[in-house]
Design a protein around this ligand. Structure first.
Ligand code: AMP
Length: 280
């Protein structure tokens, strides 16, 4: 496994893989867990070579505190990536990704960024769009892999690729979970014992939504979710939405031929956890 810290060195070495070989790309912010590794394994199966990147992107954080406390475990990350036989790791500095100024570009995501994560985290998706576009320019991958845990991010990246006519295939990856159902996240390590014990309620609630969805209307399901968290002393609901999976627009009624998904964001004190589920 080769580790590169500058654009120049990475690009020089990527030239050696040859034009006819495919390159899979797995962008991450580090603090790697089994969810990230499952993506690298999938990318290994689909491609001749795989690059993973580790970069905590400052422009996608709306709170300085959250950026500062984002977990960093670089030695362990490299050990894990080696175990899954990742070929290349790119660990750029801020100056490699933002050679001029550390600022996001403005994107038109056709409204996909105005709801849920975008509504609650100002500027988040412009930051994500900026870093992913830049990383695509540097790496020039055949395929790039994104987790459905960040489903809104996945849809936004697909839109960015389509609008900018970038020649990369975006591959969605299923949500990888702990045994008790909690979606794996780098932020889970910040939960205390009590919060960690309570956190599986997030997926349990989503599973209940999925069960109710064929028979109950959307407002009934929303009320159930609201009352579940209202009485909970450890998890505080930030938002719950049932939305069209393609447009991400909030749904009030069900239409035939539309795929719906439920989305949730919850705080355990300062730790923010998100999850989602396909409903039909
Ligand atoms: P992050 O390091 O949190 O930016 O995540 C890097 C990539 O891994 C993103 O595409 C995430 O959606 C994906 N990812 C993170 N956690 C999970 C998970 N539990 N299951 C599937 N994909 C995940």
């Amino acid at each position: 496994m080769n580790v590169f810290k500058t654009v120049e060195l990475l690009q020089k070495n990527l030239l050696s893989i040859g034009e006819n070989n495919s390159l899979g790309f797995v962008p991450t912010m580090g603090a790697l867990h089994e969810g990230h590794l499952s993506i690298v394994k999938k990318a290994k199966k689909d491609n001749d070579f795989v690059v993973a990147s580790i970069f905590v992107n400052p422009t996608q954080f709306d709170k300085a505190d959250d950026l500062k406390s984002y977990p960093k475990t670089i030695d362990n990350d490299l050990k894990l990536l080696k175990e899954v036989q990742c070929d290349f790791v790119f660990i750029p500095g801020v100056e490699d990704v933002y050679p001029e100024n550390v600022q996001s570009n403005d994107f038109d995501f056709e409204g996909l960024d105005k709801v849920m994560e975008g509504a609650f985290r100002t500027g988040h998706f412009d930051g994500v769009g900026t870093v992913v576009k830049r990383l695509f320019e540097i790496v020039n991958p055949t395929r790039a892999y994104f987790g459905e845990k960040d489903f809104q991010q996945l849809q936004i990246i697909k839109k960015m690729v389509e609008k900018n006519k970038i020649t990369v295939q975006i591959v969605p990856c299923e949500i990888y979970r702990e045994k008790d159902g909690l979606a794996m996240s780098s932020r889970n390590t910040r939960l205390n014992e009590e919060q960690r014990k309570e956190a599986p309620l997030i997926q349990q609630t989503l599973l209940k939504c999925k069960k109710l969805f064929p028979e109950k209307d959307i407002s009934f399901i929303e009320k159930m979710v609201l009352s579940t968290f209202k009485t909970n002393k450890i998890l505080e609901l930030e938002y719950f939405e049932i939305a069209d999976s393609e447009t991400l627009l909030s749904a009030k009624d069900k239409s035939p031929n539309v795929k719906y998904r439920a989305f949730i964001a919850v705080f355990a004190e300062k730790v923010r956890l998100i999850d989602n589920i396909a409903l039909n």
